[in-house]
Structure formats: structure tokens, C-alpha cells
Design a binder for this molecule. Structure first.
Ligand code: ARG
Length: 459
């Protein structure tokens, strides 16, 4: 059996229990391909700087090509004894090419190596997630376009407030997911900096060329302080915070989908392929996907707190605590990416029940504000108008009808103190279509504005 990479320093082998406890290979092998990419860039720089020979570089490149093939074909034998992805690959390299393999780690530490790997990997995942956000936004835009003029009740406190268009409601989520993409793009700038060269913590005595490595790996800059480069994981925390916000938005949307699909509300239906049945109740069709997504938002919030807590007590520079950054980060990426993918497809499979939406908007006095605005436009101060309409609403509640059910004559009888403001055109302002159409400014719910917002979002 092979001894540990550092066994010369120790008088007894590592305990089996500790080996299992400290080993990370069964999760960090996910970094294998970026680890190879980073090693190749490092080796090329070492050769260009005359730190290793051109022959060594050629051997390393050939060995790494073989290893990459083994990993991609699932033939690579990961060994727990070799602790992590870095030592596994390096050991395999040396077994394949001999002495040149032992020269690869010159001027490098696993500390700057792993920090580089995570950044390379996360950069690719950020790009993938930004793409998925784009797909979800496109699905929402398509649905919003079909329903730019479909009227539903808008809510505050989950009580009917004012009529809005369903397209406008969906566009609120397009805004949220758009900001999420912006946040990721901003976070990416700080992810995309190169730690390699920091070595263990203090830098290295070799004449390295960090800029060349950064360029080859597509990093925008090099990390400017070696202690910071190997120890901070703020970039991963920042990403997870952005991911938690994505999931928060998904979760709010999920909550609405569940409500809308409930037979009590009945605003939408979700395609069968995204729903599940009950093992006991034959009639059931449950919105499991949004419910699960709502639950998974909690899981990502947990990862954010885990990473913040992991970091907060660490003195400079690297500490083994940081090995614990990977599972929360990996799971955050998986959870967000899977959720966004499913949601983009599910939104395309939503059936809208426009009649039910309209019926609901006709209840709950959703045009009361419009009536108040009507009175104000005819000269009544807003506070007086507010009071008059409140009185009209109370009359309707007593009669069990809606504002729009009152004739102009009945309205005049109900509100004698403002009768001079009640013209014959009164009822026009109480219609749902009139209500939404009149909110015709940037950010308003008018169908025309919704169409403009869609065009703008499509860019
Ligand atoms: N597996 C380690 C990690 O994930 C790699 C760095 C280990 N460095 C060390 N000095 N123990 O952080």
C-alpha cells in the first residue's frame, strides 16, 4: 500500500478513521477536469520560464491527456488513500510518466491549486446558470406576450387590490430573474481571478509568470495578495448568496403557482407531466414541482449560512476548514441549475384560465381606486374621494353586490354629498379594461406597456 505524500515526516501511518474523515476525493473529483487544465497551464509556464525542461512539459501534457481520457471514460481509479482529487491525479501522472510527474508541483501548493480549481469550475457553472436564467425568462416572456391583456386581480395582503394584466404579473418575475443574472455577471468578475502563484501562502521563490497563467486560463486578473488568494472563499459565498436570491424568486413564484392551481382559485393548470398524483386519493393532481422548489430554496439558504459560518472564524491563511466549501457549493449549483431548467419547461406548459381570472377581478371591489381617481379628476380632493368610495363599498357589501353593479342613479343616491361629481360617464372608470388601460406609463399594467416591456426585455 502506498504511503501518504508526506509520510517521510511521520513516524506512524495515518489512522484509517482519520483518512476517511479528511479525504475529499469522493466529492472533489468533480473538479478533475479543471484541475488538469490548471496543471497544464502551470506546467507550460514552468517550462516557458526555464523552471522545468521542455521534455518534462511534453511528458506532463501527454500524461494528462491520457488521464483526462481515463476520467472521461470512467476508468480512472480514485483512491481514498490519496485524499483528494489533486493528489490522485498527480500520483497517476507520476505512475504514467515517472520523474517529470514529480516536477509538476514545483512552485505550487494544493492551497493555490484548489482555489484555482474552484474558481475555474464555478466560472463555467455561472455561465451555465446565466444561460438557464435566460431560458426561463424567455418562457415567461412568451407567456406574458399571450396574456398582455388578460385581466386578473392584483393582490396586496392576499386581498384583491386592483386589476392587473397577467402579462404584467409575469413580467415582474422577468425583472427579478433579470437582476439575478446581473448579480451573477457581477459576481463572476470577482470569481475570475487567478490564485496560482500564491503557493502555500507566501508566494514562491521561482521566477514564475502569473500573468501568463492567468491569460492561458482565461482569468481577467491575478489575485493581488498571496495570503488572501489561498484563504478567502468570499467569491463562493457571494455566488451562493446570488443563488439564494434566485431560489427566493423561484420560491415566491412557486407559491403563486400552487395557489393559482388550487381549485379554490383555479387561475391556471400545469401540464400533467409536471404534476404527481396521490397514492390514496384518486382525484388528485398535485403541483409537486413548485412545492419542491419552494422547499429547495431553504436548502440553498442553508448552504449560504454554512459557507458564511465556515469562513468567519478562520485566521489567515489556508485552513483545512475550507475543504468544507465544496459540498455546499456543488449542491447549490446543482439545485439552482436543475430548478431553472425544469421551470423553463414548466412555464411553457401552463394553461391560463382567463375567465376565472376575470371573474375573480370582478369581485372584491378591485376598481374602487379607479372610482376615487374619477372623482379627483372632477375636482374632489383625494381624501374626500377616498371616504366617499369607502362608503359606496360599504353600501355594496350590505347589498351583496359589486361597485360596477350600481347604476349611476343608485350611486348618486348612495353618495349624496358628492353627487355633483358623479357624471354619466362614471361607470366607464369602473370596468376592468378601463382600469388597466388607464395605467399607461412605464412600469404600469396597461397592455400597451406590457408589450413594450416585453420588447425591451427581449432586447
Ligand atoms: N482538499 C483540500 C481542499 O479542498 C486541498 C488543499 C489542501 N491543502 C492542505 N494544505 N491540506 O481544500
Amino acid at each position: 500500500k502506498k504511503a501518504e505524500a508526506w509520510s517521510a515526516r511521520f513516524s506512524e501511518p495515518m489512522s484509517e478513521l482519520v483518512k476517511r474523515y479528511t479525504s475529499s476525493v469522493f466529492f472533489d473529483k468533480r473538479l478533475a477536469l479543471v484541475d488538469i487544465e490548471g496543471s497544464l497551464a502551470h506546467a507550460a509556464m514552468l517550462a516557458a520560464q526555464g523552471i522545468i525542461a521542455a521534455d518534462d512539459l511534453a511528458a506532463i501534457e501527454q500524461g494528462m491527456t491520457q488521464i483526462r481520457g481515463e476520467i472521461e471514460r470512467g476508468e480512472f481509479e480514485w483512491q481514498l488513500d490519496l485524499e483528494d482529487v489533486h493528489l490522485n491525479i498527480e500520483a497517476r501522472l507520476t505512475s504514467l510518466i515517472g520523474i517529470a510527474g514529480k516536477r509538476l508541483h514545483t512552485g505550487r501548493s494544493r492551497n493555490d491549486q484548489v482555489a484555482t480549481d474552484i474558481r475555474l469550475w464555478l466560472r463555467g457553472e455561472i455561465d451555465r446558470i446565466v444561460g438557464l436564467l435566460g431560458e426561463l425568462r424567455t418562457a415567461l416572456l412568451d407567456l406574458a406576450e399571450q396574456h398582455a391583456a388578460t385581466i386578473m386581480p392584483g393582490f396586496t395582503h392576499l386581498q384583491v387590490a386592483q386589476p392587473v394584466t397577467f402579462g404584467h404579473h409575469l413580467m415582474a418575475y422577468v425583472e427579478m430573474f433579470g437582476r439575478d443574472a446581473e448579480r451573477l455577471a457581477d459576481c463572476r468578475r470577482r470569481v475570475n481571478r487567478l490564485p496560482l502563484g500564491a503557493a502555500a501562502l507566501a508566494g514562491t521563490t521561482y521566477p514564475i509568470d502569473r500573468e501568463a497563467v492567468a491569460k492561458r486560463l482565461g482569468f481577467d486578473e491575478v489575485c493581488r495578495n498571496s495570503l488572501d488568494a489561498v484563504s478567502d472563499r468570499d467569491f463562493a459565498i457571494e455566488f451562493t448568496a446570488a443563488a439564494a436570491l434566485i431560489m427566493t424568486h423561484v420560491s415566491r413564484f412557486s407559491e403563486e403557482l400552487v395557489l393559482w392551481m388550487s381549485s379554490r382559485v383555479g387561475f391556471i393548470d400545469i401540464a400533467d407531466r409536471f404534476c404527481t398524483g396521490s397514492s390514496i386519493m384518486p382525484q388528485k393532481k398535485n403541483p409537486d414541482v413548485p412545492e419542491l422548489a419552494r422547499g429547495k430554496a431553504g436548502r440553498v439558504n442553508g448552504h449560504l449560512v454554512a459557507l458564511l459560518t465556515l469562513m468567519k472564524g478562520q485566521p489567515l491563511a489556508y485552513n483545512k476548514d475550507n475543504q468544507e466549501d465544496k459540498e455546499p457549493l456543488f449542491d447549490t449549483v446543482d439545485t439552482v441549475a436543475d430548478t431553472l431548467r425544469i421551470f423553463a419547461e414548466m412555464v411553457a406548459g401552463i394553461t391560463v384560465k382567463a375567465d376565472a381570472m376575470r371573474d375573480a377581478a370582478l369581485q372584491g371591489f378591485s376598481t374602487a381606486t379607479d372610482l376615487a381617481d374619477y372623482l379627483v379628476k372632477r375636482g374632489l380632493p383625494f381624501r374626500d374621494a377616498h371616504e366617499a368610495v369607502a362608503k359606496a363599498v360599504r353600501v355594496c357589501v350590505e347589498r351583496g353586490c359589486d361597485l360596477a353593479d350600481l347604476s349611476v342613479e343608485e350611486m348618486r343616491q348612495a353618495l349624496p354629498e358628492v353627487v355633483t361629481y358623479l357624471g354619466d360617464d362614471l361607470r366607464d372608470s369602473l370596468t376592468l379594461d378601463g382600469s388597466v388601460q388607464s395605467r399607461n406609463h412605464i412600469g404600469g399594467t396597461a397592455p400597451e406597456q406590457v408589450r413594450q416591456a416585453i420588447a425591451r426585455a427581449r432586447g
